[in-house]
Design a protein around this ligand. Structure first.
Ligand code: CA
Length: 693
């Protein structure tokens, strides 16, 4: 592992230095390694997943064909070489350096011996899944002028592989189809309809019949939600479904919006986009030809600012089913009418069949941000069950006749409530977020990375690996995690095991029936993604992507491996009788704050800079050591000199720092700089005054 550099303090701003942060493709010989490929990875047969193969996934359990393995995305493997008796022998097989230091959230796909996955900002990788050797790498070269605003890090939650192509969404909203054999771009489509709006793409594309579908994030800003479906072969737009109405003076883009518009105040803040973005959960049922997706919160969060007269505000915080060929709505279920609490309904879906009330039902399951575990009839959208899997105070229960939540007294006006805002549970982080849960058909349990917390008491919250019985709506076992922020994705297997990493850098295996911990491997890298499993040449592997990031990225907890050992991203694979897992070195001690340049600006300029920094910069730069973005109190003299080139000119774009030209004026950048010099002096003087040991 190489030492992670702190961008601004350690790097002289020259173009040559930037490659240490991003990909250096094609300099790494991305496409030049064909001669080294193994027999497991025959070029001609790369990525050959079709519907027939996907539907017979259980007959070929050695593959992992979608981010959730099969079409139902249960995040469950039928493999059992690694089982309760053998798991004690689990050890390191290989690792692969993703050459990134941002969050890694994807679950890889493995087909015919090749692993395909995505990393920060929509980079993509193809590896020999037996050795971790890179076959090709892809960098979408994001245009960060498109997406300066992103709530939750430059992440990506996976690829789709279909008939020789790998589909991946770039952070700036472009969807790519790559040749699975070479990584070459077959086609690309720009999914962003308005470049002035804070759209990004972070989800995994979903193949649904003849199309590949992708949504966008941005409801924390001013985005209007939609999903776009493209022809798998040509990249031509086939249909687009807007999730919320637009400016009422313009025609409705899809007929469903005429109905939706009746649930909004005509005087809604249409300029703010409305929200309802489709930033994660999608699934496809080939039998019903239905494409399912979840929508995010409304914009603003506060309904009185968004749609002052109230209303349900279709289709925010909802699960929708559309015909995969036409994009026309078949059913919808709104979890949170008139959402007030940032309760996105986008947590991953699992499609399966369950026996409920003596009847076999085709269901869609979701452990929603709302704190309710929903089981919907996926043919009709009827709510079969909605029970609390974490403490929930915003609603008493969900009325199964109407599907509507029965809101608690005062929940909507919680900020004025005598109980205070802490009265609302879950928090905007949700009872569960994007981190995949897993459904084990052997135990009948769903393993949820669950979060218990309240609206403004996030740091007092707690996370658990929670085994949930969806039929009897009860917790069967429960493992406390290190802290509220520690809630990685989950894998269960027919070996009777549940696999989950930790933010503190451990890879743990539990007994699926009892929750007893059977194995704990200290890997020294923070894990937030879900593990997956596959077989090659008779050897079962479990692999996971590892790096801290996502929501809360800018606050690396001191207990996290990222804080102690840095955040070099890697993919780690394990097998029976493997070796010891190499750990990144501990970071060197935090260096003193260097003497800042003289503060020449007026107090008024510093005051202006404080406000501009809070509005545009503080989401990433929290100005503490070893947090996500650099501590700007520690800027080197070179970085101070190059401040305009970095902030306006995009000199550090490859490290994830967007160019702000056209948004911030040079005077505003000077004000930000003055503010930073001011806080640097405060910290420097405090440091110099402290007693020396
Ligand atoms: Ca949200």
């Amino acid at each position: 592992m190489s030492i992670r550099l702190t961008v601004v303090s350690a790097v002289v701003v020259t173009a040559a230095a930037f490659s240490v942060f991003g990909f250096a493709y094609p300099g790494r010989g991305a496409l030049a390694r064909g001669d080294q490929e193994t027999s497991h990875a025959q070029t001609a047969a790369r990525g050959q997943i079709d519907l027939k193969r996907l539907l017979s996934a259980d007959k070929h359990p050695g593959d992992w064909l979608t981010t959730g393995r099969d079409i139902g995305k249960g995040h469950y493997s039928p493999l059992k070489q690694i089982n309760k008796d053998t798991v004690g022998r689990l050890g390191f097989a290989w690792d692969y350096d993703t050459h990134t230091d941002r969050g890694l959230e994807a679950t890889p796909i493995v087909v015919d011996g090749v692993m395909y996955t995505s990393g920060s900002a929509g980079k993509a990788y193809a590896l020999d899944a037996k050795t971790g050797k890179e076959l090709w790498g892809f960098d979408p070269k994001n245009d960060l002028r498109v997406n300066r605003q992103a709530c939750c890090d430059e992440v990506n939650r996976g690829v789709a592989v279909w008939k020789g192509k790998v589909y991946v969404a770039a952070f700036d909203g472009r969807l790519f189809a790559l040749d699975a054999a070479t990584g070459a771009v077959v086609w690309q489509a720009d999914t962003v309809i308005n470049k002035k709006v804070g759209y990004t793409s972070t989800g995994a594309p979903e193949v649904a019949g003849k199309v590949v579908v992708i949504g966008n994030a941005g409801a924390e800003y001013d985005a209007r939600g939609y999903v776009s479906a493209y022809d798998l072969e040509t990249g031509k737009l086939v249909w687009r479904f807007f999730t919320v109405p637009g400016d009422p003076s313009k025609p409705y883009e899809n007929p469903e919006l005429e109905v939706a518009a009746r649930t909004w105040d005509p005087k809604s803040r249409w300029d703010m986009g409305g929200g309802g973005t489709v930033w994660d959960a999608m699934a496809y049922d080939s039998e019903l030809n239905l494409f399912y997706f979840g929508t995010g919160n409304g914009t603003f969060f506060d309904q009185s600012r968004r749609s002052p007269a109230g209303g349900d505000n279709f289709f925010i915080a909802s699960i929708l089913a559309v015909n995969a060929d036409t994009g026309r709505l078949v059913w919808h279920y709104q979890e949170v009418p008139g959402d007030q609490w940032d309760f996105d309904a986008v947590q991953p879906f699992i499609l399966t069949d369950l026996k409920i009330g003596g009847k076999n039902r085709k269901v869609l399951m979701q452990a929603s941000k709302t704190g309710f575990f929903y089981i919907l009839d996926r043919k009709t959208g009827a709510v079969l069950s909605a029970e609390k899997y974490v403490p929930v105070t915003w609603a008493d229960h969900v009325d199964l006749k109407t599907g509507r939540p029965v809101e608690a007294e005062g929940a909507r006006n919680y900020r004025n409530s005598s109980n205070g805002s802490n009265f609302i549970s879950p928090s905007p982080m949700g009872g569960h977020n994007w981190n995949p849960m897993s459904y084990d058909p052997q135990t009948g349990l769903v393993y949820i990375p669950a979060i218990e917390n309240a609206h403004d008491a996030l740091f007092a919250g707690k996370s658990y690996l929670r085994a949930w019985d969806p039929i009897h709506s009860k917790i069967v076992w429960n493992i406390p995690m290190s802290d509220w922020w520690d809630r990685p994705g989950v894998l269960s297997t027919a070996g009777g095991l549940v696999f989950q990493g930790t933010g503190t850098g451990h890879f743990c295996v539990y007994d699926a029936e009892t929750g007893e911990k059977l194995k704990d491997i200290d890997v020294g890298t923070t894990i937030i993604a879900a593990p997956m499993s596959y077989i090659i040449d008779g050897v079962q592997y479990v692999a996971v992507m590892a790096a801290w990031g996502g929501g809360g990225w800018s606050f690396a907890h001191p207990a996290s491996a990222a804080y102690q050992r840095g955040n070099e991203g890697r993919i780690i694979a394990f097998k029976l009788d493997g070796g010891a897992t190499p750990k990144p070195d501990l970071l060197p001690p935090i260096q003193p704050i260097p003497q800042p340049p003289p503060l020449t600006a007026s107090a008024e300029t510093v005051r202006q800079g404080t406000a501009i920094f809070a509005a545009h910069c503080s989401g990433c730069h929290v100005n503490q050591p070893r947090t996500g973005a650099p501590d700007l109190r520690r800027m080197s003299p070179e970085s101070h000199d190059a401040f305009h080139q970095i902030v306006l000119g995009g000199a550090l774009q490859s490290a994830g720092m967007p160019p702000w030209q056209g948004v911030l004026s040079p005077e505003e950048v000077d004000a930000i700089h003055a503010y930073l010099i001011s806080i640097s002096w405060d910290a420097y003087n405090k440091q110099q005054a402290a007693p020396k040991n």
